[in-house]
Design a protein around this ligand. Structure first.
Ligand code: SMG
Ligand code: MG
Length: 382
């Protein structure tokens, strides 16, 4: 008899950022994070992180909305009497959650916590579970890039100082956040200062089909890619951009499932894919996009959502799969946080190490979690 789910607890944690993070859709100074803790009937705990932001700026999901939909619709699907007697393997859980439409970030947080507990019960690492088909090709360390926000004061010299600091720390690739009015000049300045670094940009949907000339103006800087220039729904617009510029287009927000990834690639709206489990609806679903892209020879890389060590651990396990051929937004804990909820992830020679323990391999440090938590809620059997 396999263990079922006994209890679920939501923890809302307030994490001050080491510096404000400005993107084309707004500025964050603290991260309002929802962690999901699951306890099985035989006492194993699992953890998952919800990557939604405090307000619906990156996507329509936001933390208050995730708390509501988890509490009223998603969590009840796994706490029924029938579910309690059933297996909690990731495929069964995905099937139980499927009737709730949308809300991939909320679902991923719960599904990951359950998967973590299930894997811990089996003594299996997330990396090995996801990569079971190609065990010899899995990595123990993943190469890391860093995402650099728009300076609050729009100062190019402050930007260069920040980039210099990250390069000194060993980051292997720099990603600059851009928007109309903050694009060609900062990109030129960084490229002229460091002619040989791996450099890419991320617009978070800030441009339109009428702005293709602005995007083309960055072609001379030999960027690895430009991420999500247009609104997420506009696959055709991205195909038009991709045709008009020499920099490869990489979709982030648009890629919400394997069929969408397949459509975007078929339409030539993207030639590289940013994989973020919270946006896609889970780690298994993300692995499936990885597998498809790998078979097609399409490069993928691991996105980030300013995760704590909980989400970061899972992302690093995913990024250990062999198709993740570009450095990800899998930065060290200190890129965002003075104090992480888990033992900090530390950059070693431009890499992060995949945790060795079963499941995601890390858990919150109880005293730190208690100190940072501003709200929690317990949901028992229904
Ligand atoms: O975790 O390093 C990270 C964040 C990387 O830039 C990053 N994420 O669109 O790729 C993206 C953004 C989304 C979050 S912005 C608040
Ligand atoms: Mg992005």
């Amino acid at each position: 008899m396999t263990a079922g789910i006994d209890q679920i607890r939501l923890h809302r944690v307030d994490m001050p950022l080491v510096r404000p993070f400005r993107t084309s859709f707004g500025t964050q100074v603290t991260r309002d994070i929802l962690l999901v803790e699951v306890r099985t009937t035989d006492g194993v705990r699992g953890w998952g992180e919800c990557v939604a932001m405090e307000w619906p700026g990156y996507s329509y999901e936001y933390v208050d909305g995730c708390v509501d939909v988890l509490t009223d619709h998603i969590i009840p699907k796994v706490l029924t009497t029938e579910a309690r007697d059933d297996s909690i393997d990731p495929v069964t859980i995905a099937r139980r959650l499927a009737p709730v439409r949308g809300y991939p970030m909320a679902k991923t947080a719960l599904a990951t916590a359950i998967m973590d507990a299930w894997l811990r019960g089996r003594g299996e690492r997330l990396r090995d579970y996801l990569g079971a088909e190609y065990p010899e090709e899995l990595r123990e360390r993943v190469p890391c890039g860093v995402s650099v926000g728009i300076p609050i004061n729009l100062s190019i010299s402050d930007l260069l100082d920040e980039v210099a600091g990250y390069l000194d720390e060993g980051y292997q690739r720099i990603k600059l956040k851009i928007e109309p009015g903050w694009d060609v000049e900062p990109v030129r300045a960084v490229r002229e200062t460091w002619p040989h670094i791996l450099l890419q940009t991320d617009a978070n949907q800030a441009y339109s089909r009428n702005d293709i000339h602005l995007l083309r103006a960055m072609d001379p800087f030999e960027l690895l890619l430009v991420e999500q220039p247009l609104p997420e729904e506009d696959l055709l617009g991205h195909a038009l951009v991709a045709e008009a510029i020499s920099t490869p287009v990489c979709l982030d927000e648009s890629i919400t499932s394997l069929p969408v990834a397949q459509s975007a690639l078929a339409l030539k709206a993207t030639s590289i894919i940013n994989i973020k489990p919270g946006r896609i609806g889970g780690y298994v679903e993300s692995r499936d996009i990885h597998d498809f892209c790998r078979e097609k020879g399409v490069a993928v890389w691991a996105g980030g959502m300013l995760e704590t060590g909980i989400g970061r651990a899972a992302n690093v396990a995913l990024a250990a799969l062999p198709g993740f051929t570009l450095p990800g937004d899998t930065s060290a804990s200190r890129r965002y946080y003075g104090v992480d909820v888990t033992a900090p992830f530390v950059l070693e020679d431009g890499h992060l190490r995949v945790p060795e323990g079963p499941g995601i391999g890390v858990a919150p440090i109880p005293e730190v979690l208690a100190e940072l938590t501003n709200w929690s809620s317990f949901i028992g059997p229904r």
